[in-house]
Design a protein around this ligand. Structure first.
Ligand SMILES: Nc1ncnc2c1ncn2[C@@H]1O[C@H](COP(=O)(O)OP(=O)(O)O)[C@@H](O)[C@H]1O
Ligand SMILES: CC(C)(COP(=O)(O)O)[C@@H](O)C(=O)NCCC(=O)O
Length: 308
């Protein structure tokens, strides 16, 4: 049964999965490989039940956005121009934002191959570690003051103005820092997905939200105790990757007894990422157009859709 409160309809998985009956997996072998390559633990049942209807709803929204752009330029007697449709994805550190974003991109490409979609993460707009140290906020990484929000806002404005070949700095979880002289290029796509913990926040000293540039927003939600578990699992993967690479930020931890390294990671979660979730990320959840709620093993149990 679809329930509602003042702001959202709540669809349990069984209701939500009925919504795009014409859109069925199986995907081609190649698409399945693409999904499994991005994460081989993703539930294909969830892909079918949750993500496929979601992608079809997003495309309806995209078409109505395009219609409005055409109507507007026609009414204003202005030349037509392409304005990217922007989807923001928010949620805690380690809740699965980047996996969700990549999965949406794979599915958009699968069902709508003529559309060019791109994906960026706002991690690239974190100040480099050297700058965070200079400001005395290295242990506040991820908090609002650790991002160069005015660059992020300028980037969003360039995207919406149709600028081509915009360079976006890149962050590496392995080096735990911005990668010097490495960028990705955003090239006036049809759809841009912008993923990050801060995308629904009002930047300090600014008068506009990043989400003012969004045409749709998604908040990935789960119980903080589960998110801590996923954070620690990802830490374990980062340790394994770092083991033989002294350049890796996690190399030192990888040499420690495993239990001691995990104790340290738990402290980071309690001292940094959990307070950030409680103080700055969770309060933005009610601004999202859609909330994806996950339970154990990243399985989705409910979708909340804003009523207006
Ligand atoms: N749908 C999913 N199924 C299985 N594992 C997932 C899923 N989404 C995320 N994960 C795992 O959870 C951890 C955090 O995911 P990630 O996408 O890196 O989160 P975020 O971008 O929010 O920090 C990673 O280890 C990732 O592999
Ligand atoms: C770079 C991040 C702020 C962004 O998180 P993400 O959403 O990419 O997981 C986060 O991974 C982080 O490094 N937080 C600082 C504390 C920590 O080491 O977890």
């Amino acid at each position: 049964m679809v329930k509602e409160d003042q702001s959202y309809y709540r669809f349990l998985k069984n209701d939500w999965k009925q919504l795009a009956p014409e859109a069925k997996l199986p995907l081609s072998d190649q698409q399945l490989k693409a999904i499994k390559a991005l994460n081989d633990r993703i539930s294909l049942q969830d892909v079918q039940d949750i993500y496929v209807p979601l992608v079809h709803m997003l495309i309806k929204k995209f078409h109505s956005f395009q219609d409005w752009q055409a109507t507007k330029t026609d009414f204003l007697k202005l030349p037509e121009r392409k304005v990217p449709f922007v989807i923001g994805i928010s949620g805690s550190v380690a809740v699965g934002k980047s996996t969700t974003a990549r999965l949406l991109q794979v599915l958009l490409t699968h069902f709508f191959p003529s559309l060019h979609s791109q994906l960026i993460t706002t991690d690239g707009f974190l100040y480099p570690n050297a700058e965070l140290k200079k400001r005395g906020i290295l242990d506040r990484k991820g908090f609002p003051e650790s991002y160069d929000m005015s660059s992020l806002l300028s980037f969003m404005s360039e995207v919406k103005n149709g600028k081509t070949r915009i360079r976006v700095p890149l962050y590496s979880h392995q080096s735990y820092d911005i990668m010097p002289d490495e960028y990705e290029t955003v090239d006036n796509p049809d759809i841009l997905i912008v993923e990050g913990i801060n995308v629904l926040q009002l930047p300090s000293n600014q008068t506009i939200y990043i989400s003012d540039f969004f045409d749709w927003s998604i908040y990935v939600d789960a119980d903080p105790e589960l998110i801590e578990k996923w954070f620690l699992e990802r830490f374990g993967i980062l340790l394994d990757t770092a083991f033989h690479n002294p350049q890796d930020y996690y190399y030192e931890y990888a040499q420690w007894p495993r239990e001691k390294a995990f104790e340290e990671a738990k402290k980071v979660w309690k001292r940094v990422d959990l307070p950030n979730l409680e103080e700055f990320i969770l309060p933005t959840r009610s601004r999202a157009n859609l909330i994806l709620h996950k339970v154990d093993h990243h399985v989705m149990d409910a979708v909340y859709l804003r009523k207006y």
